[in-house]
Design a protein around this ligand. Sequence first.
Ligand code: Y43
Ligand code: MG
Length: 197
Amino acid sequence: MKELIVATKNQGKVSEFRQMFSKYNISVKSLLDIDRIIDIEETGTTFEANAIIKAEAMVELLGLPVVADDSGLEVDALDGEPGVYSARYAGMEKDDQKNTAKLLRELEGKTDKERTARFVCAVAVARPGVETFVKRGTCEGKIATEPQGTNGFGYDPVFIPRGSTRTLAEHSSDEKNAISHRHHAIEQIEDWLKTLS
Ligand SMILES: O=c1nc[nH]c2c1ncn2[C@H]1C[C@H](O)[C@@H](COP(=O)(O)OP(=O)(O)OP(=O)(O)O)O1
Ligand SMILES: [Mg+2]
């Protein structure tokens, strides 16, 4: 079992990385396991830029290979918002329920066709002395009219993936991890993951 650091404080992401990396025989350590208070400012304007910032900041600190994830929701009727601001949409406290409530308010009165959206995930791989690379995965879908389900995290209770009638929060973790933006991003770093084990 090889250990890999994922530069995130999001427990939902950690669980999904754990589950998806296990097939490569990789165990996950996150910022939640590190005692030091580490605050990395997400100053980028793209998911890729922020994923690279988070990954490289941790490589600087630890001198070890690091994977980072920057992700969020792009809603077409809102010109791609909340985008890179998804976590901070309803305020700096990064409250999932407030964020989803704000999103539903913004889309009030919009028809089914006007509710299209996608989850985007950029995964960056950074290592000491080697150039960083970053890959993007997406998951197309639409925004529900009310929250449904309790699985997952973030905007999952209001996101219905294309081809489904249920929100992601009504999908099992295995089901979500087979179709998610995070899955599609990780898929693209698979060759590198295989070199680790
Ligand atoms: O699969 C997902 N299912 C539901 N919601 C999701 C998902 N993936 C990202 N999201 C939302 C959560 C948060 O509102 C934002 C990510 O923000 P993002 O800055 O990348 O993560 P974060 O601040 O929670 O943790 P960290 O930066 O420590 O990795 O998009
Ligand atoms: Mg963040």
